[in-house]
Design a protein around this ligand. Structure first.
Ligand SMILES: [Zn+2]
Length: 189
């Protein structure tokens, strides 16, 4: 739906910061012209509108729970983006994920949680627990995000597996177990 600011109307000001707005079409993203909710006479400049948007995103993120529609839609969207980037197939739908998502990582047994700190993940202590985030793993990476080729595992399990084969993962595990043992290191035990 498109509204236009009637030409010849009075000069509009941003309802929030009072900056003068150019009378332009709603949905235009150039200049100080973003007019939101025109019928209620609430006008927002680009800056205020962007701030409003990012607050909305924060709010959505806060309300997002494991397996919620928003969560599944976000997973599909990020799968699409990664598929495009790596030029691999992606036919995944929210329903495909809904069909297989569990509440725990099937590998590490940890309970899935969503990182609610946005871009800051990994930086804080405890709170930004990226390891427990559910993530899509492509069983065979090249086959892409196709229903029968994905499982949902914790980001920790996913980052360990990455592109490695089971044999390689086992070798890494054996190596570190032996090394830690020889050096009397108890890290991770
Ligand atoms: Zn403003």
């Amino acid at each position: 739906m498109k509204h236009t600011n009637p030409s010849g109307s009075k000069i509009k000001k941003c309802t929030l910061c009072s900056v003068t707005l150019e009378p332009k079409e709603v949905d235009s993203s150039k200049g100080n012209c973003y007019i939101s909710n025109y019928n209620n006479r609430i006008y927002k400049c680009n800056k205020c509108f962007n701030m409003y948007l990012s607050n909305q995103v924060k709010k959505w993120r806060k309300n997002k729970t494991v397996g919620s529609s928003q969560h599944l839609a976000d997973m599909v969207e990020s799968a699409r983006q990664r598929a495009r980037k790596h030029n691999i197939p992606c036919t995944l739908t929210s329903q495909d994920i809904r069909d297989i998502i569990t509440d725990r990582c099937p590998i590490l047994g940890i309970k899935f949680e969503l990182n609610k700190q946005g871009q800051d993940w990994g930086k804080g202590k405890g709170k930004n627990n990226w390891q427990t985030s559910p993530s899509l793993d492509r069983i065979i990476p090249e086959k892409g995000y196709v229903k029968d080729n994905i499982i949902i595992v914790s980001l920790m399990a996913n980052s360990i597996k990455n592109q490695a084969t089971p044999n390689q993962i086992q070798k890494v595990a054996t190596f570190y177990k032996k090394l830690y043992n020889e050096r009397g290191i108890t890290y991770g035990n």
